[in-house]
Write a protein that binds this ligand. Structure first.
Ligand SMILES: NCc1[nH]cc(CCC(=O)O)c1CC(=O)O
Length: 328
């Protein structure tokens, strides 16, 4: 077994390097090998163009994946919610570590909750999902499209340029800066489902990685996170085919039951279609005694496959109910 350093490729942003270092430490413990960060610059990091001009979702991941395929590094860490649902040829997401807080939070100087912000208050977010959700919660505020890293977004609230920004709790937690001068309003997932995979990291390796590396990365995988993100991403993938509308989806798996809440929003937040369901799902193992028919026994052996089918069915039901044609 090699004891050469494992090279972990990451974007340069403070959030990316913070979460990559967290995985690097866990991987060093699991493998017994040193892990070093390799900083990789993508077009999305240097360009001022909007994400949709650069090619939308996945613009950050593409350059990282080229580097992994070219052997410039051995492992990648992504924010799962920034990864397109299509699999990357030659690569595999070998671990999804335990999930951080999947909620969005409103950051303000005053502590006034989002629904009570005065008419004309300026709320910063560039995400179509968050824009629709803000409009529904408080139709009187102005939503301003902003880009930039988490620190600069928070800085604009501190400076008074913005009255509020909406951010992922997980990003704030991983950055770990002091927020004592600001107020945080966490948004409940039942009313405010977030992006598929929010709060979860994806650890990616080449399909032909050594067994040693694959085993060490697999040791970081969290079953619960894997089941949840599989359902969430199956909903997104199923909707993507027929629907460009923003979607919030949050799945929760407690080892017995999988609960999935989905809302598809009209782009301006005017209308919405929701789905909320819970299915029994035993986190079983191959040898577990099945009580039902063949399909049931297979599901018991593989909750991840069942989560995937559940997500696909939810997307189909939402499309049947008109998710693709929601009016602004
Ligand atoms: N779109 C950028 C992005 N990608 C992942 C996170 C937060 C961390 C996570 O969800 O894992 C953020 C920041 C945000 O949305 O506020």
């Amino acid at each position: 077994m090699s004891d050469a350093p494992i090279r972990l490729g990451t974007r340069r942003s403070a959030l990316a390097t913070a979460q990559s270092q967290q995985v690097a430490d866990a991987l060093a413990a699991a493998s017994g090998r040193p892990v070093e960060l390799v900083l990789i610059t993508s077009e999305g990091d240097v360009s001022r163009a909007s994400l949709s001009e650069l090619g939308g979702r996945g613009v950050f991941a593409t350059r990282l994946r080229e580097a992994l395929l070219a052997g410039e590094c051995d492992v990648l860490v992504h924010s799962l919610k920034d990864l397109p649902t299509a699999p990357a040829p030659g690569l595999v997401i070998a671990a999804t570590p335990p999930r951080e807080d999947p909620r969005d939070v409103v950051v303000t100087r005053t502590g006034v909750p989002l629904h009570e912000l005065a008419p004309g208050s300026v709320v910063g977010t560039g995400s179509p999902r968050r824009i629709a959700q803000v409009r529904r919660r408080n139709p009187w505020v102005e939503v301003r499209d902003i880009r930039g890293n988490i620190d600069s977004r928070i800085g604009r609230v501190r400076l008074g340029e913005l009255d509020a920004v909406i951010l992922a709790a997980a990003g704030l937690a991983r950055l770990g800066g002091s927020l004592h001068d600001l107020h945080l309003e966490p948004l409940g997932l039942a009313e405010w489902p977030t992006a598929p995979g929010q709060g979860v990291l994806a650890v990616e390796i080449r399909e032909d990685a050594s067994a040693d590396l694959a085993d060490a990365v697999a040791a970081l995988d969290d079953r619960r996170a894997r089941v949840e993100i599989t359902a969430e991403r199956a909903v997104l993938a199923g909707l993507d085919s027929g629907c460009q509308a923003p979607v919030g989806v949050h799945a929760e798996f407690d080892g017995h039951e999988l609960r999935v809440r989905t809302v598809v929003y009209a782009p301006g937040g005017g209308d919405r279609i929701g789905d909320d369901r819970a299915i029994p799902l035993i986190s079983g193992y191959a040898g577990e005694k099945g009580s039902g028919d063949g399909a049931d026994a297979a599901d018991r052996a593989d909750p991840v496959a069942r989560a995937e089918r559940t997500g696909t069915v939810i997307a189909r039901d939402l499309l049947d109910r008109g998710a693709a044609g929601l009016a602004t």
